[in-house]
Design a protein. Sequence first.
Length: 478
Amino acid sequence: MDEKDAIIGELFEHDILVSPDVINYIMERGGRKYLPEFIKKYGEFGYIEREDLSVDGKKINDAIKNIHYEEKESDGDIQVTVPKNPGFDWDFKIIMNADANMHASGGTEDFQKLFLDRYEKLHRLLKSRAALRDARSIERLEGGDASAIGMVSDVHRTASGRVVFTLEDPSAQITCMYSGDKVILNDEVIGVKGRYNKSRNTMYVNDIIRPDIAWHNPNRKIKEDISAAIISDTHVGSKTFIEKRWLKFINWLKSGKDGAESIRYLIIAGDLVDGIGVYPHQEEELEILDIFEQYQKLADYLSELPDYIKIITIPGNHDIVRNAEPQPALPREIQEMFTNTVFLSNPAMFSLHGYKFLVYHGASLNNIVELIPGLDYLKTGKMMEYMLKVRHLSPVYGEKVPIVPLPRDYLVIDPAPDVFVTGHVHTFSYNIYKGVHLINASAWQEQTKYQKMMNFNPDPGKVAVINFKKDEVKVWEF
Ligand SMILES: [Fe+2]
């Protein structure tokens, strides 16, 4: 075993996952000899990327050290107690909330388990399709007309424009040749129909079937006039936080007038605060330099809201939890600063008055925008549609989204939601796909130096309000 392998092994034993360039960083500083110091300094992160090391690691470490998660046995979903409010009967139920205490060592076996879980869940959805009723395990395929279900890898295009990929299930793998116009990405679980040539172990694919969602139940409207306001990326603590516009929004909610009458829920899809040490030299752009003070500031703003508005939050990549997904709910120390607020994992699924909400901060949008031709950050609706088609929130493994290899794949989309919310990219979009409301919620931060450098124009200060009586989304700008 070479030194790098030994270092990886030792890090695994400490439940630490690192990106490959972090291994180089350790090697440069003395390799295994430097390891104890490294673990002491950064070990609390769980997943460590090169960028984490270029900032003031100690500061983050100190903040994280003081956090304790409640230890509790569970099968992965945590239930949260929702305090009763005498003024209003909330109808809030948790469907999926990833447990912070589920850990993985990050070895190959853990990733195999994660991928097997993804395969099995999506296989079940595909197998129920009429078109794939005859699908066989790959090992049992016979020559001629055939169909199979498997996970895609090694996608490439031939000089003649055909797409070639490997399709694998737990029994075996085949090569697939496809000339259609669907974009196929690695790690998707799909069904294929075509002609199978046994001696070449190759399927000439005519049709590709995705797990996709079905058209949605139109009978979900309720009788009462109740709404939920949806926002994201508040980034409190940043110099570019748009406080004036934020206060206008808070005052509108407080007033309970001019369209705010029916709002009983406020959903925030992550990046509640700007955080510290998220990117190099971030401190120059911070108004509040202490992450706990940032959360306290947000808690102070939200404490102004009427007590009939329940707040539901998930974390994002700027929040004080591990970056790798699923991200656990914010730690207890933070939760205790807030009133009337529920803290869930990223992603999370819950229902409000029967409406199923899937809320995901949206790190994988950065991947999808690059992998699918013709997309840009103004087409977030298309990206969300793609996630629903492949029934996965981060369809391609690796790239820019670190994943914790838990035995259960929390990023599989099942069941299908009524409302799908993302944030993260600081634009705003509202679309409908097969009856599902797709909301890429807006931010409360205007253009940062980094965004300016990337020539990116955010679209902050927008609020989507979904009314459950009308089954309608209205967009407000502050
Ligand atoms: Fe953000």
